[in-house]
Structures are given as structure tokens and as C-alpha cells.
Design a binder for this molecule. Structure first.
Ligand SMILES: [Mn+2]
Length: 410
């Protein structure tokens, strides 16, 4: 079972006589007093319980002989909430999904209970990752915050960074759905759809999939809009000679895909567009080979900056003597090469972490040239393996002639 397997991984890292408290997220009001933003569970809570509903609390502990216990405190809806919001997780369902040892009501998490926990434990870990608690859960987490606790983040990073078979399966599925969505985007580009229409169709496609969702708001940027890294204005209609950059990812069973491709609207890259595209592709292909056990995102960034500098010289945008200055390169490439992926599209784990088999990260160099009104980024999702890596999105066309064939097919 997903959650039990994950809790076992955390138990192995806990010393005897320690306790970890992990709150779920709460719903956030959107506007008015009754309507909420779409709810997304705190990834740590989901990882350890498999439960997607808000306002619950998980406590796990390891006693002085190394025995472990897991307790889930379940939110109990009011009569009014039952009428308006309908379905709530029953204790029975919660037990089945999470496989915890005990299920209580959230209101049972009384101060006395809590003081007992603190007495039996030498060390308290608290998942304080910024999830926004409200109501009963907030009063509980506020009390915990007064105590001397250690953030759970570092332990969670250790386990969440190394993906299990099940997690890799989910990421692969998210990537496959993303590929289908890009295929849909290609057909829309051919029909001269607007940025907004493409964005809406991608989102609708992800939401229509069983266990599917949107890992992050799709970026759909035509022409010079692609220079803005997180372009969200969606105000343009791609023109005949534009490139359209699409950076998008489905979520599947809470795991993200994250892919960027660039398409010529008229079905053929111009000479100049192709020149830039080939440079970014060359950097991406070179850097994919560099992703392996023992290196780090920090090291990869260094090498990418060097390659990007060389590309800018080739394109005539910088002189050879200028590329010793990082800020000159960063004018055309202001972001990093990689981030870890998983439950969060930008997953837990820092740039200094030494890569190990089971880690999944993106490889996404880019060149953004205001003078030429051109922005190109190419992004694949890479699994680190014993012998190097596996490109999980290798089946999504990326070579210019394949992208042209993709857009011209049918
Ligand atoms: Mn990315």
C-alpha cells in the first residue's frame, strides 16, 4: 500500500522516542464567504496517508523499544457542511486508504493527549511547510508551533527524493497524458487558436482524465511572449511566422509531469528560429548525458552556463571575451537547468544534493533573445539510474524535423 510503504520509509529514519506531526492543508477561500480555490493536499501529508481531503492530522511515533504507531485525526464536518458539501471521508474509508493504526476525530486531539505525546518523546518533528491551516486544525498547529520542534522537511526530502516504482509509474503516466495534451495543442495551433484557447483546452484535457489534474498552470506563449518565463497574460493569437512555446504538465495520482516544446505555427522553422532551436537542443542533449549519480544540480548549472555562453557567441549575440561574465549570459538565460519533480512539480530537495538512482529531475535549458523576439526552452523529465539516466519523455518529439512532421501530420 502506497501510504504504508511511505510511512515505513520515514520510520526507518526516525530515532527511538521520537514523534512526527503532519497536518493536512486547509481549503482557502477564493471570494465571498463560501467558495474556495480548488483544493490541493499538502504533498507530505498525501505521501504519508494517501488522503486528499483537507483539515486532517497525522501523528506517527517510535517508542523507546523501536515500535511504531500511526494515528490519524479525522476532520468531522458540521451538519451544514454535510448538506452543502456532501461527501466526507468516513473513519472506515480513511483507515482503508491510509492503513494507519488508529483513526480518531480531530476534536479528540486535546491538549492532554498532546502533552502526553510530548512527555514520551525526546524529539518532535513537525511538518511546517507553509500549508495554510484554518479552524480546529489551526488552533492545534498553533499550539504545536509554541513547542520546541524540528522541521520535518529534511527527513521528508531524504525519502521523497528517491522515487519508488509506484511513484515512477505515476510520473510516467503524467508524462504520457502531457504528451496527449501537447498533441491536442498542436491541432489547435494549426487551427489558429489563441493562446487562451490552447491554455483552456490543455487544462480541460487534464481535468477530464481519471485521477488527473493540472500540475501547474500551462504556459502558452507565442512569439516574443516566450521571453517572459512564466507568461500568464494569454493575450495573443499566434501569427503565421511565430513560434509557440508550451510548458505544461499533467498531474496523475498527485504526481507531476513537466514538458516544454516549441512549435512553428506555419509548420516550418525559419532559418533564424532553427539556428536558436538547434543551439538549445544541443545544450539539452549534452546536459541530459551529464545527469547521473554523483553530480548535483549546482554542478549541472555551471556546465549549462558555459555551454550557453558558447552558444551565444556562435549566434553572434556575445563576444568571446564577454562570456566570462555570468550576468552577460544570464541576460539571455536567466533560470536554472533543473528542478526535482514528484508530488510537487518543483519537488522537495536543493541544488547541492548529490544525485542518486531514483531521483527525477527536469532538463530544461533555454535561450531568450529580446532583439530577435524569440524565446526557446526545451524540457524533458529525467530519471537517474544506476548506469546513468532514463529520459522519461524521450518519446515526445523534440528534433526540429520531428516537430515539423508532428505539426504537419494529418
Ligand atoms: Mn520545469
Amino acid at each position: 500500500m502506497f501510504a504504508k510503504f511511505n510511512r515505513d520509509r520515514l520510520y526507518r529514519l526516525l530515532n527511538n522516542n521520537s514523534l512526527a506531526i503532519i497536518p493536512a492543508s486547509s481549503k482557502a477561500l477564493r471570494n465571498g464567504d463560501q467558495f474556495y480555490f480548488p483544493f490541493r493536499q499538502n504533498s507530505d501529508f498525501y505521501y504519508l496517508t494517501g488522503i486528499k481531503e483537507p483539515d486532517n492530522l497525522l501523528v506517527i511515533y517510535k517508542n523507546n523499544s523501536g515500535d511504531t504507531k500511526s494515528l490519524l485525526f479525522l476532520y468531522e464536518p458540521s451538519e451544514k457542511e454535510k448538506i452543502y458539501d456532501g461527501h466526507f471521508l468516513s473513519p472506515h474509508d480513511a483507515l482503508n486508504i491510509s492503513g494507519v493504526d488508529y483513526v480518531y476525530k480531530l476534536t479528540d486531539f486535546k491538549k492532554e493527549f498532546f502533552e502526553d505525546f510530548f512527555e514520551i518523546s525526546n524529539k518532535i518533528f513537525f511538518c511546517n511547510n507553509g500549508s495554510f491551516a484554518t479552524g480546529e486544525l489551526k488552533s492545534i498547529t498553533d499550539t504545536i508551533k509554541e513547542k520546541d520542534f524540528t522541521p520535518l522537511k529534511d527527513l521528508m526530502a531524504k525519502i521523497r527524493l528517491i522515487k519508488s516504482e509506484e511513484e515512477i509509474k505515476r510520473i510516467k503516466k503524467a508524462i504520457d497524458i502531457t504528451y496527449e495534451a501537447l498533441d491536442l495543442a498542436v491541432s489547435l495551433i494549426k487551427k489558429k487558436a489563441t493562446e487562451r484557447e490552447i491554455y483552456a483546452q490543455l487544462t480541460a484535457f487534464y481535468l477530464s482524465k481519471e485521477n488527473g489534474g493540472v500540475a501547474f498552470d500551462p504556459i502558452v506563449a507565442a512569439g516574443k511572449n516566450a521571453i517572459i518565463l512564466h507568461y500568464t497574460r494569454l493575450g495573443s493569437t499566434p501569427r503565421e511566422n511565430d513560434l509557440v512555446l508550451i510548458d505544461t504538465g499533467a498531474e496523475y495520482k498527485m504526481y507531476a509531469g513537466d514538458i516544454t516544446r516549441v512549435f512553428p505555427v506555419n509548420g516550418k522553422f525559419s532559418k533564424k528560429q532553427k539556428l536558436v532551436y538547434e543551439e538549445v537542443l544541443h545544450i539539452q542533449r549534452t546536459m541530459i548525458k551529464e545527469i547521473k549519480t554523483g553530480t548535483s544540480i549546482k554542478e549541472l548549472n555551471k556546465k549549462t552556463l558555459q555551454l550557453t555562453g558558447e552558444a551565444l557567441v556562435k549566434l553572434g549575440l556575445l563576444k568571446k571575451e564577454e562570456i566570462s561574465d555570468e550576468t552577460a549570459i544570464k541576460k539571455y538565460y536567466p533560470h536554472g537547468l533543473s528542478h526535482f519533480m514528484g508530488l510537487d512539480v518543483h519537488d522537495i530537495g536543493g541544488k547541492e544534493i548529490v544525485l542518486q538512482p531514483g531521483m527525477v529531475l527536469t532538463c530544461e535549458p533555454g535561450l531568450y533573445i529580446p532583439e530577435w523576439e524569440t524565446g526557446i526552452r526545451l524540457e524533458d523529465d529525467i530519471l537517474v539510474t544506476e548506469n546513468g539516466n532514463e529520459n522519461l519523455s524521450v518519446h515526445i518529439p523534440i528534433f526540429p524535423e520531428d516537430v515539423e512532421r508532428w505539426i504537419n501530420k494529418g
